[in-house]
Design a protein around this ligand. Structure first.
Ligand code: XMP
Length: 520
């Protein structure tokens, strides 16, 4: 990836012991301008050395985790990690692990501490430099460190936890019982800052401007004079990957937008307009009829998803073959390629069709993933810096199969037309109300239920449209949004007025779980 030694970022490795906040540690570090990489908890010292060829590894953090250090299969680091000549900071479970490995006394606490706690700082040095005598922190632990060997000193304690923070007297080895990465730890950022800059002596060289330059250079290095292809959906990841690759390859890049017919109104046109300003080949594959023919009579949601995913791949492969592209560019981002941490949402519940991970039959010389090291919010920053339009930067997540999973029952041209129109009205009204910033998704679902109504003094019998508007952080859970009635009223009035086939609009008031966000 980064062959050029001058492009090496100072890096903190985070060993993942399965804690729910592991990714937060990585993000908090990056927010301070230092790169961080989450790695397996049992990484070998040789692998750390190998990573050092790509990055300047300056320190290691052992994350928290759900296990007790005394459980038979409790995850442990390779003991030689402590022997590497690198600063180490253990957090929560990581703190207990270090204590246990160096001969400290770790035991189940009489009282489990969970939530906000106040620690008393005995010595404001090292990781705790410039902190107050009493600090508000977030704790969540059962095991507790009761004492440490003589070459260590205690830096902080609580009522129930005599060794809430420690350091080695001569080596840069620290442990904190609490979670500095969580916002409830008031000065958590300062604690991580101390570790990164005071203890590890990192330089903040993870800057967005440089990152963009490096990504472009790295695409150039990977593809040289070759030709590449990318499946562009109009979503933020594939759009940013396209923009980066476009800067590296110009017209040696072909972006393919597969229009399966279940896109939102004007979507293919607006994606085309955005990417016209780049000097790339842009292909819209008009495959609406082909998809619809395959989906005729299909009602089962899983079957629909499978057919759409497979057909998408066939269309894309046909174009790739025609163009003779030897390289595939993908918008895979950091959480996509990390197995632990952000576990893939809903994978067992629905077959996700995600253009970022196409299982192709075709062989490419290489798969190039310019965004592979970035978190979503970093991708958004890059998108803004590249001047991509607001519609792309803040686009709500949109499922690969598109409106097809928001039209219940068989897909017909009439139902697709109704769903597109209803979706457009929901988007327009939510955006007009200014509520969209706090919403994860807002859309319409065309149910296959019909109901009675009155339109213009006459009985009408037509479709029921459901409105789904949710708040969420990572889509693993979601709450229905408490939208003001006046906005819902406007949506309902417009849908029933502007779409003759619809007589009734209902609001979905189910959280996830038990429901999912999409209806199918
Ligand atoms: P559910 O419906 O499972 O959706 O609660 C969780 C999130 O994933 C989006 N979603 C998809 N995204 N391909 C995608 O790229 C898909 O096939 C797909 N299905 C659902 C959904 O919109 C929500 O944000």
């Amino acid at each position: 990836m980064r062959e050029d030694a001058t492009m090496k970022y100072d890096t903190i490795l985070v060993l993942d012991f399965g804690g729910q906040y592991c990714h937060l540690i990585g993000r908090r570090i990056r927010e301070q301008g230092v790169y961080s990489e989450i790695v397996a908890q049992d990484i070998k010292p040789e692998e750390v050395k190998r990573l050092n060829e790509k990055f300047n590894v300056k320190g290691i953090i052992l994350s928290g985790g759900p296990a007790s250090v005394y459980e038979p299969n409790a995850p442990k680091p390779d003991p030689h990690i402590l022997g590497l000549d690198l600063p180490i900071l253990g957090l929560c479970y990581g703190h207990q692990l270090i204590a246990l490995m160096v001969g400290g006394k770790v035991e189940p606490a009489e009282q489990r501490e969970y939530g906000i706690a106040y620690v008393l700082i005995n010595k404001p040095i090292g990781v705790l430099k410039e902190l107050n005598k009493r600090e508000k922190v977030w704790m969540s632990h059962g095991d507790t460190v009761f004492s440490m060997p003589a070459e260590f000193e205690v830096l902080a304690h609580t009522e129930n936890c005599p060794v809430a923070a420690f350091r080695h007297k001569h080596k840069p080895l620290y442990g904190l019982q609490w979670h500095p990465e969580v916002i409830h730890t008031k000065n958590g950022t300062k604690m991580l800052h101390n570790f990164i800059f005071e203890v590890c002596r990192c330089e903040a060289n993870w800057k967005m401007e440089d990152i963009i330059e490096n990504m472009i250079k790295s695409v150039k290095a990977d593809i040289g004079e070759g030709k590449a292809i990318i499946a562009l959906s109009g979503g933020i990841d594939s759009s940013v990957a396209t923009a980066i690759a476009a800067k590296a390859l110009d017209n040696r890049l072909t972006a393919v937008f597969v229009d399966h017919g279940f896109m939102r109104e004007n979507e293919p046109e607006s994606v085309k307009e955005t990417f016209q300003k780049f000097n790339i080949n842009f292909v819209i594959a008009n495959a609406q009829e082909r998809f619809l023919a395959k989906l005729g009579g299909i009602i089962d949601p899983e079957k629909k998803r499978k057919i759409i995913g497979e057909e998408f791949i066939r269309v894309f492969e046909e174009i790739a073959e025609k163009i003779g592209a030897e390289y595939l560019v993908q918008g895979t981002i950091y959480p996509d390629r990390i197995e632990s941490g952000f576990r893939k949402f809903s994978d067992k519940i629905k077959t996700h069709h995600n253009v970022a991970g196409l299982p192709l039959k075709m062989e490419f010389r290489k798969i190039v993933e310019p965004l592979r090291d970035l978190y979503k919010d970093e991708v958004r920053k890059v998108a803004k810096m590249l001047g991509l339009p607001k519609e792309i930067v803040f686009r709500q997540p949109f499922p690969g199969p598109g409106l097809a999973v928001r039209i219940i029952g068989e897909l017909t041209t009439t139902k697709i037309r109704i769903a597109k129109k209803a979706d457009k009205i929901v988007r327009e009204e939510i955006e007009r109300s200014g509520l969209e910033e706090n919403l994860w998704q807002y859309f319409a679902v065309l149910t296959d239920t019909k109901a009675t109504g009155v339109k213009g003094d006459a009985r009408a019998y037509g479709y029921v449209v459901a409105i789904r508007i949710v708040e969420s952080r990572e889509a693993m859970t979601a709450s229905f949004a408490k939208i003001p009635y006046i906005v819902l009223e406007k949506i309902s009035t417009r849908i029933t007025n502007e779409i003759p086939e619809v007589v009734r609009v209902v609001y979905d008031i189910t959280h996830k779980p038990p429901a999912t966000i999409e209806w199918e």
